[in-house]
Write a protein that binds this ligand. Structure first.
Ligand SMILES: C[S@@+](CC[C@H](N)C(=O)[O-])C[C@H]1O[C@@H](n2cnc3c(N)ncnc32)[C@H](O)[C@@H]1O
Length: 243
């Protein structure tokens, strides 16, 4: 497509272009993920689900749900009800065939910064590789705090800005050079994968993200590196409950 505009990583007004980019990537997104991560991405997602603890069996929000890989894992984990929210309709549409017709899943097309969900309506939130793309990420975390019940869990699986030498090396080589080429071959849209690589450098570190969560009332905030150390999980508990 000649006229594709690629978002600028970190730009405050990038949301409409990010949505358009993911709508364009939707048909090839899953295949590209498996190839680019060499199959590691599903293991990282399973680890993130485990960090939800018992909340995973309650009412859940899959935030920036994309093609619903985490939604499917939440169903396997016994979630009672799942809101799967994303602002790119075509990503949700691409994932919908993964669900059976009676799955307790509501697909919600909305922005993470303004969720059409009731206050205190979910026991847990999982956000996989999405929040890095959200401008004013603090607003999305405030929304997470609002829709979580006191004691509820927020688990964020993300490519944070690398801080260790190993992660800086991996990010500087693989993400910058190999990712755009592989992503380009699979999707025909290399610019999108250049953006995704750039968005990692433009995002906060996992420690800074944990501090934002603490400032917004989350307790027991923990950061955990995946293997290899390119992805991390940051998790915390919404204050005010017994959990
Ligand atoms: C890299 S994909 C991750 C999808 C899925 N969670 C996974 O694990 O594969 C990021 C998703 O975040 C969504 N997204 C980005 N910014 C968003 C926003 N402001 N509000 C809602 N969804 C957003 C995109 O549309 C995209 O589907």
């Amino acid at each position: 497509m000649a006229n594709r505009s690629t978002p600028v990583a970190g730009a405050a007004d990038r949301a409409p272009q990010v949505r358009e980019m993911f709508d364009t990537l939707a048909p090839t997104y899953d295949r590209a993920n498996r190839i680019i991560s060499m199959g590691l991405d599903q293991g990282w997602r399973r680890k993130a689900i485990a960090r939800l603890g018992p909340a995973a069996q309650g009412d859940m929000l899959d935030l920036c749900a994309g093609t619903l890989d985490l939604t499917v894992m939440l169903l396997d984990a016994g979630a009672a009800r799942i809101h799967s929210l994303d602002f790119a309709q075509k990503m949700l549409d691409a994932g919908a065939p993964k669900l059976s017709s009676d799955a307790p899943v509501q697909l919600v097309t909305a922005d993470a910064r303004e969720m059409p969900l009731e206050d205190g309506s979910v026991d847990g939130i999982i956000a996989g590789f999405g929040l890095r793309n959200v401008p004013e990420v603090e607003r999305a975390i405030d929304e997470c705090s609002r829709v979580l019940r006191p004691g509820g869990r927020l688990v964020v699986l993300e490519f944070f800005q690398p801080t260790t030498l190993v992660s800086q090396f991996l990010s500087g080589t693989y993400n910058r050079f190999i990712l755009p080429i592989l992503g380009g071959v699979v999707s025909g849209y290399g610019g999108a994968y250049s953006y995704l690589a750039g968005s990692i450098d433009a995002f906060v570190t996992r420690e800074a993200f944990g501090a934002i969560m603490e400032d917004r009332g989350f307790t027991d905030v923990r950061c955990e590196a995946m293997f290899p150390p390119v992805a991390d999980i940051v998790s915390g508990t919404r204050s005010g409950g017994a959990a």
